[in-house]
Design a binder for this molecule. Structure first.
Ligand code: ADP
Ligand code: S3P
Ligand code: MG
Length: 172
C-alpha cells in the first residue's frame, strides 16, 4: 500500500507523513526531499536558478518513479496534484490511498508565516495580510484537485500527534 499525503503548503504533509510512517512501520519519502537529493539542490535553489516550470517537470518525472511502492508513505508537495497528469497518476495508482490534510487559511498563515522563506511561492510576501490574501486565492484554485483525494482530515485546532492519531483511526 502507498499512502499519498496531499494538501496546501503548511498543511503538515511532511511532518505528519514522517510520523505516520513510523507508526505504521512503513517507509517514508517526501517528494520534495527526493527531488533535492536527486538534483543535489534545494527546492529554493531550483526555483531560483531554473524557474517554476522546470521544477514542475522535475516534480512530475520524480513522482512517476515513486508510483507503485509498497508499504510507503509519500508526502507530496502542495502543487503536486495540481499540474500535468499528476493527479491521475496518484488516483489511479494501484493499492494506494490519497489523504487530503485540510486546514483553514488562518491556520495555514499561522504555520507558514515564519517558514515562508523556505517556500519560493510565498517567500516574497512581506506581511501577514499579503500572505492571507495569496493563500486564500491559491487554495480556491487548488482545492478542487485536493478534494479528489480518497479521504480527508481536518487539522485545525489539532496538534501534530492528534492529527496522526485521527488519521490512524480513519485508516484502520
Ligand atoms: N497540526 C499541526 N499543528 C501545529 N503545527 C503543525 C501542524 N501540522 C504542521 N505543523 C507545522 O507547520 C509547519 C509546516 O509543516 P510541513 O509538514 O512542512 O507542511 P507541508 O509539508 O504540508 O508544507 C511545520 O512547522 C510543522 O511543524
Ligand atoms: O505548493 C507548492 O506549489 C509548493 C509546495 C512545496 O512543498 P510543501 O507543500 O511541502 O511546502 C514545494 O513543493 C514547492 O515549494 C512548491
Ligand atoms: Mg512538505
Amino acid at each position: 500500500m502507498t499512502l499519498f499525503l496531499v494538501g496546501y503548503m503548511g498543511s503538515g504533509k511532511s511532518v505528519i507523513g514522517s510520523k505516520l510512517a513510523d507508526i505504521l512501520k512503513y517507509n517514508y519519502l517526501d517528494l520534495d526531499g527526493y527531488i533535492e537529493e536527486k538534483e543535489g539542490a534545494t527546492i529554493k535553489i531550483i526555483f531560483k536558478t531554473k524557474g517554476e516550470i522546470y521544477f514542475r517537470k522535475l516534480e512530475s518525472s520524480y513522482l512517476k518513479e515513486l508510483i507503485g511502492l509498497n508499504n510507503t508513505v509519500i508526502s507530496l508537495g502542495g502543487g503536486t496534484p495540481c499540474y500535468g497528469n499528476n493527479l491521475n497518476l496518484i488516483l489511479e495508482s494501484k493499492n494506494s490511498l490519497s489523504i487530503y490534510l485540510k486546514a483553514s487559511i488562518k491556520t495555514l498563515v499561522g504555520r507558514l508565516y515564519q517558514e515562508r522563506y523556505k517556500r519560493p511561492l510565498i517567500a516574497h510576501l512581506e506581511d501577514i495580510s499579503a500572505l492571507n490574501e495569496f493563500i486564500g486565492k491559491h487554495i480556491f484554485e487548488r482545492a478542487p484537485f485536493y478534494e479528489q483525494s480518497s479521504l480527508s482530515i481536518k487539522t485545525d485546532g489539532l496538534d501534530i500527534n492528534e492529527v496522526v492519531d485521527n488519521l490512524v483511526l480513519k485508516l484502520f
